[in-house]
Design a binder for this molecule. Sequence first.
Ligand SMILES: [Fe+2]
Length: 297
Amino acid sequence: MNPPATLVEYGTTIDPQLMVTPPDAATLELETGHPGENDAEYIRRREDLFALCRKHRLEQLGPPLLDYNAEETRIWREVSPKLDELHLKHACRIYLDAKRDLAITRDEIPQLRHLSERLQRETNLHLVPAEGALPYRTFYEYIAERGFPVTQFIRHGSHPEFTPEPDMIHDCLGHVPPLMNRDYAELLVLIGKAVAATNKGEQVLALKRFSWFSIEFGLLEEVGEVKVFGAGILSSTGEIPFSLFSPDVTRRPFETEVVINTDYDPSRMQDHLFVAPSFSFLRCELEHLLQRFGIQV
Ligand SMILES: [Fe+2]
């Protein structure tokens, strides 16, 4: 069994109950045990990208155009065809259409600047360059302003199918394509606005769980079949088949009351999943939840 796509997720925590978030670090910090922690060249590249993306984020310059190096391209060309095969079989139609329309291919690492320009025209969203995981409130505040934070670094080549942190493969092959869909885009922005509008811990936790079991690990019913739309699943060769076929996974209809009371562990393969009938259903459910919470956006 492959490890999960990510151990620490944007806007979530090792302990979601405590809502401990990564600090807004000004320099790169690889966690202990990171596959690249002893690779000086990898660390140098990550430091350069960290500084560049942080500058572009803070100065609102949009994603920088990058010259990806040979090793980064090699990793992309190793991982993306495997994911592509799985996507063709198991991703929801909206995702597949968007991936085609964005011209994301197996051969070349896309420039996030170009993807951002296309999204802007399609759903009025844009990509925000992120140097790494952001504090959850910062992350959702960007989303509330119709910006989606994305990384531009690539995982270490010693474990191409695993990353202990969200990287560009997770963001670009998981999160970006559904942003082309209007219902999905508005659902996401509503989550961002809601989190930005409340300071109540139990409400933030409920919204994080709603997001986790939809945006990150959501399944979708499509013409009688269960398909994948969650980014955490779509960016992991192990998690796609596990989510759909493992007998260890419970798949239940998306009921908001159940979802917001279900805990999750970002450090493992996800064994509790929810199947939504559509993005517009999720948006309606979220609107009702915000009414109940008295959150005005
Ligand atoms: Fe993610």
